[in-house]
Design a protein around this ligand. Structure first.
Ligand code: CAA
Length: 693
């Protein structure tokens, strides 16, 4: 606690993000109590040292016994103070950090501040008054939207919504002290957020609005418990006296925080941060400066990748072989921005600003100016080799040369240049401007600072980068492949596409494997298999008939014009039954549990091989890949976490059983799974041991 005249300034200093661990709560309580009792103090300012005001509860304390004082107790003590209390916030006042400010009479913010209640992303709801106080300050609709999305809002919006009283340009603490002095001089009435009623009163007559919100959320949240609890808590804010509402919020919070969903979501929070750490990087390594990017190819992937750069404010040049392809690519990009504007997700000026960062050309010479080049041309080794040959001749000596291949050998591509150290893979996921995952493929010779640069660029363009090694399909697609194989196999043994898809959706995936094939296009795999001389029993028969999926209105399902809803098709079912017969496979009823396990356990098995080969550094990296790239339900923590949760012996035994039932050797448990299961070990501990080594 410091003093500036009659104003006491309490500074929370717990780097890096001022998380509200026990000592911070105790310290705040002690100093607020002292300042309240000190007659020479006329107002109290609360602020945070370093890069941010408090970014919330200390997540590592969750699931352990809470050491008093609890945050709610600290906030209640602040609320009782009879002199002006002002929270001066900067950086990211989040979760419990924002809740502390709601216990103060006033809030002032530095210009770049982003304020929010992100608890929903951790599978919980705010537990120290957020659901009761925020709607009283900003209204039910805005408050609920912030709580349900978990996304922070900028200071300007917070000012407009009434969450912030003033934006302070220049020195935040000086400005906050000046604000405090103004409040004292004007004898401004003290605003107790808990006593405000005008913004929530109108909702008291419309409890049906909460039912509507709950119905909407149930549809979207795919098994998540926290969103419905959040609606319930905000309903309590409107319908109950404030102290009863706080009690209800606490009950809902407590139930969630000890639950499996939140545990899994907290695991993913830390797994994402762990993925940023590359075990064998020299310390103090600096990424290279990336001020300009070049993307080769204006197709679906190239366009999406280019948008990601432009969205992050990095100028990007797109190179195509001819004007027509270039125009097609730019038209798509413009259309995508326009859709965002129409949806209200982007202001027109912002869309224009981003679009202006994109330049198109048919001359490879553009590569000369690039700090990073990302090749996104047709997925064929010979074409990739030609492109890299050209890049080698044209690019600056220290430019990072990246390929967006999804399957091909990055080392072979690197070898076509005289600078394999500068080459790596950046595997984006479609649509590349939306999907968060970025697999960074580390080649045999990739230089550490090239890897660090790709990681830094990935984060800058809003992705979650995860380093993987070279193998066919890297981590994500390599694990997808056994799942797709089993999905087909299940059809031959007795299931129908809708049975398999329904089981996958019930498990928590956004869509099942067959709906996904229809969306991605059955012809993609069909062409690859044709080139390899292999064949898929059902999918390739459909593709032979021109049933490519959604784009042709028919695939595993039928799609009515303009609709993406799959309708089961008797013709496909006939094809499946005939295939079983031809192959002499007796069709049987396959229950949901078997469907889910046959889809998921082979993925886990492949994940174990990937870990064993060192293609992924840790099991948690694999989980991050599946959550951010393939719609694995976050509340189940990722495939490897899920396997640990079920127990590896169970996964091993089921795989062995299914291998027998279906006569499919590829289902047999992998050596690592077998070993860990025998030792009663886990993938998590295997990853940790390897990292330590
Ligand atoms: N608790 C514990 N550790 C935290 C933390 C938290 N709330 N927030 C961040 N950290 C840790 C990270 O794990 C990371 O540690 P390592 O360096 O060891 O990996 C370090 O702080 C820095 O974090 P980031 O790498 O994420 O830094 P950033 O600058 O990219 O992002 C941030 C900063 C926006 C604050 C981001 O860390 C974040 O979103 N944190 C979580 C915020 C949150 O969810 N708060 C709500 C907590 S729940 C709550 O408050 C419940 C309640 O009602 C009481």
């Amino acid at each position: 606690m410091q003093r500036d005249g009659a104003v006491a300034v309490i500074v929370v200093d717990n780097p890096p993000v001022n998380a509200l661990k026990h000592e911070v709560r105790a310290g705040m309580l002690e100093h607020f109590t002292k300042a309240a009792a000190d007659n020479s103090v006329e107002a109290i300012v609360l602020t945070g040292a370093g890069r941010t005001f408090m970014a919330g509860a200390d997540i590592t304390e969750f699931g352990k016994p809470m050491k008093p004082p609890g945050l709610a107790e600290v906030i209640a003590a602040i609320e009782k103070i009879h002199k002006p209390t002002i929270a001066a916030v900067h950086g990211t006042p989040l979760g419990g950090g924002l809740e502390v400010t709601l216990g103060c009479h006033f809030r002032v913010a530095a210009p770049g501040t982003r304020l929010g209640l992100p608890e929903i992303k951790l599978g919980i709801i705010p537990g120290a008054g957020g659901t009761q106080l925020l709607p009283r300050l900003v209204g039910v609709e805005k408050g609920l939207a912030m709580i349900l999305s978990g996304d922070p809002i900028p200071a300007k919006d917070a000012l407009a919504a009434g969450l912030v009283d003033e934006i302070i340009e220049g020195d935040l603490v000086k400005g906050a002290v000046a604000f405090a002095k103004k409040v004292i001089a004007e004898k401004r009435p003290l605003r107790h957020v808990r006593d405000l009623d005008d913004k929530i009163a109108p909702f008291r007559a419309h409890p049906d609005k909460f039912n509507e919100a709950a119905a909407n959320v149930s549809k979207k949240s795919r098994g998540l418990e926290a969103p419905l609890a959040a609606i319930e808590a905000v309903r309590a804010a409107v319908t109950l006296p404030v102290d009863d509402g706080l009690k209800r919020e606490r009950e809902l919070f407590m139930k969630l925080v000890v639950g499996e969903q939140s545990k899994a979501q907290r695991y993913i929070f830390f797994a994402e941060r762990e993925a940023a750490k590359i075990p064998d990087m020299p310390s103090g390594l600096k990424p290279r400066e990336v001020a300009r990017a070049v993307v080769i190819g204006a197709g679906t992937m190239g366009g999406g990748i280019s948008m990601s750069f432009a969205n992050a404010g990095i100028p990007v040049t797109v190179v195509e072989t001819n004007e027509e392809a270039l125009k097609r690519g730019f038209d798509t990009i413009q259309k995508n921005y326009q859709i965002s504007v129409q949806r209200g997700a982007l202001k027109q000026e912002e869309a224009d600003r981003r679009f202006a960062l994109l330049t198109g050309t048919t001359s490879m010479d553009a590569v000369k100016d690039a700090d990073i080049v990302i090749e996104a041309v047709f997925e064929e080794m010979e074409i990739k080799k030609q492109v890299f040959g050209a890049l080698d001749k044209l690019a600056k000596p220290n430019a990072v040369l990246a390929t967006n291949t999804s399957y091909l050998n990055v080392d072979q591509i690197a070898q076509t240049t005289k600078r394999p150290k500068e080459v790596l893979g950046t595997h984006f996921f479609s649509p590349a401007n939306v999907m968060k995952l970025l697999e960074i493929v580390r080649g045999k010779e990739t230089a550490p600072d090239v890897l660090a640069t790709a990681m830094a660029v990935g984060r800058k363009i809003g992705k979650v980068p995860v380093v993987v090694g070279v193998c066919h399909g890297f981590v994500g697609n390599r694990m997808l492949s056994p799942r797709q194989n089993q999905a087909e196999r299940l059809l031959l043994e007795g299931a129908l596409p809708r049975d398999v898809d329904a089981a996958a959706v019930e498990f928590g995936f956004p869509m099942g494997p067959f709906a996904m094939s229809d969306l991605a296009g059955i012809d993609v795999g069909w062409r690859i298999r044709k080139a390899l001389g292999t064949r898929n029993e059902i999918a390739d028969q459909l593709a032979d008939k021109g049933r490519y999926g959604q784009k042709t209105g028919r695939g595993f399902y039928i799609y009515e014009k303009g609709s993406r809803s799959p309708i089961p098709d008797p013709e496909v079912e006939e094809i499946i039954v005939a295939a079983s017969k031809r192959l002499g496979i007796a069709r049987r009823v396959i229950d949901k549990q078997e469907i889910v396990e046959r889809l998921i356990f082979p993925m886990i098995n492949e994940g174990a091989k990937i870990l064993d080969e060192g293609i992924a550094y840790r099991a948690s990296d694999i989980d991050v890949i599946w959550v951010y790239g393939y719609g694995w339900p976050v509340w189940r923590g990722g495939p490897m976490y899920y396997a640990d949760h079920l127990g590896l012996a169970y996964v091993r035994d089921q795989l062995a059983k299914y291998a027998k039932v279906s006569g499919n050797k590829s289902l047999e448990p992998s050596p690592l799974l077998t070993r860990l299961a025998a030792e009663n070990g886990s993938f998590a501990s295997f990853g940790a041991k390897k990292s330590a080594a």
